[in-house]
Design a protein around this ligand. Structure first.
Ligand code: SAM
Length: 237
């Protein structure tokens, strides 16, 4: 069955949405986005559900409401032993495997995003592709992220890293690229660069550049909107 694009936009569910970097990219690609996060996200700029992502997704599958969506994306927090984990000194449960199992149970196209593993660590994602800020003119950060999907994803050739990056905590000097990790400087500059003026420092630290999600959302558009499920298209709110 091929679905027809009606008066509304196809809906995407963005699990672990935080302040909405991935969601903003999906919205720019044309999706009507709903975000889910366990914490309140007053800065999140789209429809928002505060819930445990796994419990909420399980409920949508049980009730059949998942078929209102054409695409589900998920950014579980980075796992033990990754660089960001060590920097933040926090413990997170391993969420990728249970998230994947539920995403597979939806029968819908899905994308899981995570940071690349450090050193010799195995990548918890299956056959991921990597995006890098240097692939996107206008960005001034490398911010590598890995993406797994049950649909094939194409990515550009990884460019050589030619720009020096600023040292942690120092202001960005002309010609340098930034790392929005730890106690970074230049919140205003980084908001502008990533195109996320609503975010605070915590959101900037966590987010993927919206252009990454927009790139993937546009690439999947034809396939997810023709997907042979029962997803409804929401009429414009
Ligand atoms: C890496 S951030 C996501 C960043 C987001 N994709 C973006 O681009 O802005 C991970 C988020 O997962 C949320 N989170 C952690 N465990 C969760 C759970 N069990 N259910 C829902 N959200 C959870 C955290 O509160 C955090 O906001």
């Amino acid at each position: 069955m091929t679905r027809h694009i009606g008066p509304g936009r196809p809906r995407a569910l963005d699990l672990y949405c935080c302040q909405g970097g991935a969601s903003a990219g999906l919205a720019a690609a044309g999706y009507d986005v709903t975000g889910v996060d366990k914490d309140p996200q007053p800065r999140y700029p789209f429809r928002f559900v505060q819930a445990d992502a796994l419990a909420y997704l399980r409920q949508l599958i049980t009730t059949g409401e998942i078929h209102e969506y054409v695409l589900v994306t998920a950014s579980p927090p980075c796992q033990r032993r990754t660089k960001c984990q060590k920097i933040r000194g926090r413990e997170h449960p391993a969420l990728i495997a249970p998230t994947r199992a539920l995403l597979q149970a939806t029968g819908l196209p899905y994308v899981i995003e995570n940071v690349p593993p450090e050193g010799e660590d195995d990548d918890p994602l299956i056959n991921p592709v990597e995006l890098c800020g240097a692939m996107f003119p206008g960005l001034h950060t490398y911010r590598h992220r890995h993406f797994e999907s049950n649909l094939p994803l194409a990515v550009p050739v990884h460019p050589v890293h030619e720009k020096p990056t600023v040292k942690m905590g120092r202001p960005v000097e002309p010609g340098q690229w930034y790392h929005a990790v730890g106690n970074f400087s230049g919140v205003g500059y980084i908001r502008d660069d990533l195109g996320v003026p609503w975010m605070n420092r915590d959101g900037l630290r966590e987010c993927i550049p919206p252009v990454f999600a927009e790139y993937i959302g546009r690439q999947l558009w034809d396939r997810v909107t023709r997907y042979s499920g029962r997803a409804a298209l929401r009429t414009a709110a």
